[in-house]
Design a protein. Structure first.
Length: 233
């Protein structure tokens, strides 16, 4: 076999087994990134519905923010609000919720301290245990490089989101969340249900929660910007 023919065979195999699958996967993910899960529906602005859900997202992660108390639900009936973080003197009006790989979440204080080895382990190691991050805030948090959006929902949809978040907590036989440790002064980590992987990331969890409240989300919600872009400004 001459060299030209060997190169032709190598090219065809490379295209068939590596390049073509990569292009197909990238195309499908791109379509899923911009395509909503539900056609014919759109998220409502805060002014059009009685209950508000806030979504905070940066380039990597999405959090859900709900008021501590409104006419639909009081989180103090489920969480010990004054025990969320080290600072028990704060009077919280909002709670921020996030879900993720337990080891990565609790041992990566900031994105600048992120280790590639931990990212790969959390994405590709099966059965990773998870944790819920809960932060109390006296006012709506406005953080640098974090986009904050508000969606209005009905009471029924709001309670469905509350039920989704509550079900994400591992609970004692008495129905109490299991607290692990402090995060910062106003936040803490709790045992969570489910396992983290490349197929179910922190942003997938947030999107599933929003979907439970009939808030528009993308087909592929693995990346934070995909979730945020579906919500109107």
């Amino acid at each position: 076999m001459n060299q030209s023919k060997r190169h032709s065979i190598l090219f065809r195999r490379t295209w068939r087994y590596f390049v073509a699958p990569m292009l197909i996967t990238t195309t499908l993910l791109g379509i899923g990134y911009v395509t909503p899960r539900k056609w014919g529906t759109s998220s409502q602005s805060c002014q059009n519905q009685p209950f508000k859900v806030y979504v905070a997202g940066d380039a990597m992660h999405v959090n859900l923010i709900l008021p501590v108390q409104n006419q639909a639900f009081d989180w103090s009936q489920f969480l010990s609000i004054d025990q969320i973080g080290r600072d028990a003197q704060q009077r919280y009006r909002y709670l921020k919720f996030g879900w993720g790989d337990r080891d990565f979440y609790m041992n990566t204080p900031s994105w600048s301290e992120m280790k590639i080895s931990n990212v790969l382990r959390s994405l590709f190691m099966p059965g990773n245990p998870t944790a819920l991050y809960v932060e109390g805030d006296a006012e709506l948090p406005h953080e640098p490089n974090v986009e904050l959006k508000c969606v209005g929902v009905s009471q029924k949809d709001y309670l469905q989101l509350v039920a989704f978040i509550k079900a994400s907590f591992q609970q004692t036989d008495q129905g109490q969340p299991i607290r692990i440790q402090d995060a910062i002064d106003t936040s803490g980590f709790y045992e969570a249900t489910g396992h983290y992987s490349i197929l179910r990331t922190c942003n997938t969890w947030a999107a599933d929660g929003l979907d439970s409240a009939n808030i528009q989300t993308p087909i592929w919600s693995g990346l934070a910007p995909a979730v945020i872009r579906q919500i109107p400004k």
